[in-house]
Each structure stands twice: as structure tokens, then as C-alpha cells.
Design a binder for this molecule. Structure first.
Ligand SMILES: Nc1ncnc2c1ncn2[C@@H]1O[C@H](COP(=O)(O)OP(=O)(O)OP(=O)(O)O)[C@@H](O)[C@H]1O
Ligand SMILES: [Mg+2]
Length: 304
């Protein structure tokens, strides 16, 4: 059974712009999803070695793992942009279709069309056949949601990286996805903008219910945003609960990655970034990624 997800209080939404929020047309329904023994090989090389994961409707699951470990592949398979070599992937109990319309994907780069305004770029994400007035209302609602009402008529080259990424998020939300897939969405942003975008994503999630699968290399981000954090690793990591010393380097990557660890993150969002429980989990997850946080710093002036 998928885990129970705490309901996000919608009263938490802080409007990013002044004035009254536009009504949200056609509110999305967050959808549950499941990977069952999903494998993916390319030319005889196994990348995903049997992924089992259930995500409840409305949950935010963050994914960590080694570079080249198949995180993007996992998202692409769920979005119907790639096919698994084996196993089953389903959304709300039915198999994923090619370019599954129930999913929307956001990437590290905003991928906006430079000759179109931000409003026009957001409109590109709308489902087909929407009446003109409904479309305009939805675009304006989404721009307000991500704090870009004032920049609606600007073009991508005229706005900051953070603003472009916010427009990209609005475009992904335009089709009311039941599942939102985000592949290192804030990876190219500076540290401060990144923190603001994390808060924005939580506001958006509270206001536009959707299930979120977010890949990141940032352990703090994973803990700040996720109801659960999924750590991908080699089969050896999973057998021994990802403790140090468990890894047989000769096996690394041979069988593809699996879910090595799933961590339920304590505390309601927004979380206190200084929470001691998070610091503990951070060290555990870093160890799972092969980073030793207990290494002594080099001594500059060793005792005589
Ligand atoms: N279409 C493809 N054809 C051949 N190999 C592929 C294809 N797509 C992905 N791969 C390989 O699968 C492996 C996993 O790629 P993927 O992009 O999913 O990793 P990742 O975990 O997202 O890495 P990173 O953290 O660097 O983004 C890589 O070795 C990649 O070269
Ligand atoms: Mg990737």
C-alpha cells in the first residue's frame, strides 16, 4: 500500500504578488503511481536494475543517486518518453502511455522559446481545445502563482534565470498534470534563488494539487521538499541498507541501480532547515551516496 500522505494546508499559500488571486480553473487531481520491477538497458548495459516504488497521490518524492545512475531515465520512463526493458509502470493503476498526458516534465534548463513572451510560453503547455477566454484566464492564474504577472509580456532573454525557470514551472503546470516530474529543476540557479524556488514549489504544490517526483543532487533540497527521499544505488547498497563498506566496487553499475533506501522525512513542511533530525538524515543520505561526513579536516598546524 502506498504511504499515507499528510494533507498540505492550503492556507499556507503566500501570494507572490499583491491583489486578489484569480480563481483556479480546472483544478488538477493528483494521481498515484507505481514502478514494479522496472528495468532499462541500453545496448546490453543495464542502467535500472529493477525499480520498485509506489508514490501516493499528492506526495512529493525526491530522488537522489549517483550521476549516471538512471534518475533521468526513471523520470523519462514515467512520462512515457522512454520505455522500460522490463517491469511495469502505471499511473492511477493504468499503464503509462507514450508522452503520457497525465504527466508534465520540467528540466534543469527552462527550455523556453526565445521569440515568445513568457505568457505565450506558458500557454504552450495548455491542453488543446481550451476556449480562448479559459486559456487566457489559466495563463494569467499560473503567472500569478509563480509571481510573474508583471513579466508576462517579456521575452526569455529579458528576464533572470530564476524568472525563466518559474515560467517553465508554470508551463509544466498549464496542463493540470496529475504527476509533475522535475529533473534537477533548480540545479542551474544560484544558491539564494534556489532556496526561493524551493519555497515557491511548495506554495505551488499547496495550490495546485499534483504528485511530484523531483530529481536532485542536493541532499538538503531533497530533505526540504520531500515527504520521502528515495536513494538509488547498486544492489549491494540496498542489501545492507546503504551502510559504508557495503559496496563491492567490482559490482558497481553492473546490475543497474535499484531503490537502495527510502527515507520518510519527519516534520511538516515548510521545514526548519536547522532541524537536528534533518542533519542526522543528511549525514545518512550523504553516506549512502559515498560521502563521508565524519572525515576530519586536514590539520594545518599538526601538534609538535
Ligand atoms: N537513449 C540512451 N541511449 C543510450 N544510453 C543512454 C540513453 N539514455 C540514457 N543512457 C545512459 O543511461 C545512463 C543513465 O543516464 P541518466 O541520464 O538516466 O542518469 P542520471 O542519473 O540522470 O545522471 P545525472 O545525475 O548525471 O543526470 C547513462 O550512462 C546514460 O549514458
Ligand atoms: Mg539526469
Amino acid at each position: 500500500m502506498p504511504p499515507t500522505v499528510p494533507t498540505t494546508p492550503t492556507t499556507r499559500l503566500t501570494p507572490l504578488t499583491s491583489g486578489r488571486a484569480a480563481p483556479s480553473p480546472a483544478v488538477a487531481t493528483a494521481l498515484p503511481l507505481a514502478f514494479e520491477q522496472v528495468t532499462r538497458s541500453y545496448g546490453g548495459r543495464t542502467v535500472l536494475g529493477g525499480i520498485d516504488l509506489e508514490v501516493a497521490a499528492g506526495e512529493i518524492v525526491t530522488i537522489l543517486g549517483p550521476s549516471g545512475g538512471g534518475k533521468s531515465t526513471l523520470l523519462r520512463i514515467l512520462g512515457g518518453l522512454d520505455r522500460p526493458s522490463g517491469g511495469r509502470v502505471s499511473i492511477a493503476g493504468s499503464p503509462v502511455a507514450p508522452y503520457d498526458p497525465r504527466c508534465a516534465i520540467g528540466f534543469q534548463e527552462p527550455r523556453l522559446l526565445p521569440w515568445r513572451t513568457l505568457a505565450q510560453n506558458v500557454a504552450l503547455g495548455l491542453p488543446r481545445g481550451l476556449a480562448k477566454t479559459d486559456a487566457a484566464q489559466r495563463v494569467s492564474h499560473l503567472l500569478e502563482l509563480v509571481g510573474l504577472t508583471h513579466a508576462a509580456e517579456q521575452r526569455p532573454r529579458e528576464v533572470s534565470g530564476g524568472m525563466a525557470q518559474r515560467a517553465s514551472l508554470a508551463r509544466a503546470l498549464a496542463r493540470n498534470p496529475g504527476v509533475l516530474l522535475l529533473d534537477e529543476p533548480f540545479g542551474a540557479l544560484d544558491a539564494l534563488t534556489r532556496l526561493k524556488m524551493q519555497d515557491l514549489l511548495l506554495d505551488v504544490h499547496a495550490n495546485a494539487p499534483t504528485t511530484v517526483l523531483l530529481v536532485t543532487h542536493d541532499v538538503d533540497e531533497a530533505l526540504q521538499l520531500g515527504d520521502r527521499v528515495v536513494l538509488l544505488g547498486s544492489r549491494g547498497d540496498s542489501r545492507s541498507d546503504s551502510r559504508e563498506g557495503s559496496r563491492d566496487e567490482s559490482d558497481e553499475g553492473q546490475d543497474g541501480t535499484v531503490v537502495a533506501r527510502v527515507v520518510a522525512v519527519p516534520g511538516e513542511r515548510p521545514r526548519d532547515r536547522g532541524d537536528a533530525r534533518l542533519a542526522h538524515l543528511r549525514a545518512e543520505l550523504l553516506a549512502g551516496l559515498g560521502i563521508d561526513t565524519h572525515r576530519n579536516p586536514p590539520q594545518r598546524n599538526p601538534p609538535q
